[in-house]
Design a protein around this ligand. Sequence first.
Ligand code: PLP
Length: 495
Amino acid sequence: LSWKVFRDDAHKLIDHIADRHEAAEAAVTGSLCEPLVGGHWSGKADLSGMERVLEDCAATSRSTHDPPTTSPFSSVVEDVQSISSGLIDWQSKGFMSFFPGQLSPAAMLGELLALSYNHAGFAWSTCPASTELEFRVVNTMGRLLGLPAAFATSADSSGGGSIHPNATEGLLVAMIAARDEKKRLLALNQGQAGTSSFPFTCYTSDQSHFSVEKACKMAGGITLRKVKTILDPRCENYPLHPTTLEEMIVEDMMNGQIPLMIVGTVGTTATCAIDPTRQLASIAKNAGAWLHIDAAYAGAAALCPELRPIVFDGIELCDSVSVNGSKWMAMSMGCSFFFTQHLSLITKALSCGASYVPQPPPGVHDLKDVSIGMARPWTSLKVYSVLRCVGVDALQGMIRRHVILAEYLDAKLRAHPSIDCVVRPVLGLVVFRVRMLSDESNAELQRRLSAHRNILVGASRVDTRFVLRVSLAHIHLTYDDVDNIYIAISEELKK
Ligand code: PLP
């Protein structure tokens, strides 16, 4: 518990972290991607060493006589190295699965600085600067993403935003607010006061992230309806088709269902399809439903004005939207921006308090009233650090580079005689499968890339077929790296 020891340990730890990252950068020059630590996608995790330590901890805590045995921090670093075969290092250049979880030195340092204050900023009164910085940072992010002022927190707007630990919580909060407001309106219009349950439905495409299903489960009493997608030749992808959605809603309404929410996805996880926000907004308006846009990954592209029309066309018409800072903005885990035109409905749905929590000043929301948890990390300081030290120009440059590199890889793969590219890439995701090979053989290629080449590509199913996903997102990814990925794929195919 000594700060003198902390000083020494922290210096060593920072060196260790920087060494790992620098070594990984050096390893890729002219060669195939190397993981930062440990193994491939072994599917195993041997934690026996750490298990023994935990058993010792439990044993000593039961003893009242023996002095507890503790270790220097360097042993924690060693323990982590001992489980490296089970670690999948998302910061490796070879990690191309899922969507990215980018990290920058500024995010890491910002988070460390924030942690050193360690306040529980759930209410303005617990640390006014924490709440004030969050609203300012989120407003700034909204402006950078090109969102209209109606989504900003201000004295003359009922909209606003906040930071959630993940996109799922932002969606859940929106769903709860939509449900409460809908109940209130139904009670008002139909005199159904006192009815606690309504047959509410939430609509989303069959390509949406499973967080939509999770949010429906957590909110409770909301039936999820998935709209089937088919290949749309105009965009060569699988967006939600407005007419199919409309027909489903009309049919459900005739059967007594009440449309509560439509969740459109800008950048679906399997293929980065972009649902048409503008058309969804008009359907939502007619059906009296809340439109939430899940732009957890692809929303970051709106930082680049020229990409904004691709991802945010019609965004001014949605009720709420989530964009993760943790994915493609180098802001590390635990950071999802949530913007809504109806923050007041969210505070109405979620606000609660106690005599020991002083009220915020007029015009200010407590963060506890716009999110799920109470005590929360000071994430806005981390975001501030990235904006101040990395800067928007660098983020834009990185996003543009990934988009170009995805087109480059896609073109190379399309030219390969045995490969089919499954969709046309719009942002940083390339999706392909090997023609004439079974799903199992395509899955085998995924395993071989991981085992022999240290490249972990993702997989999904599109139109029932197994496909491989290459998510190009490492902060320092280069043309050479992409050439190496292509060589790895084509050489593994020759075997
Ligand atoms: N939406 C999309 C499109 C995603 O790709 C993901 C995660 O990868 C999520 C939502 C869930 O995000 P979170 O883990 O922040 O809840």
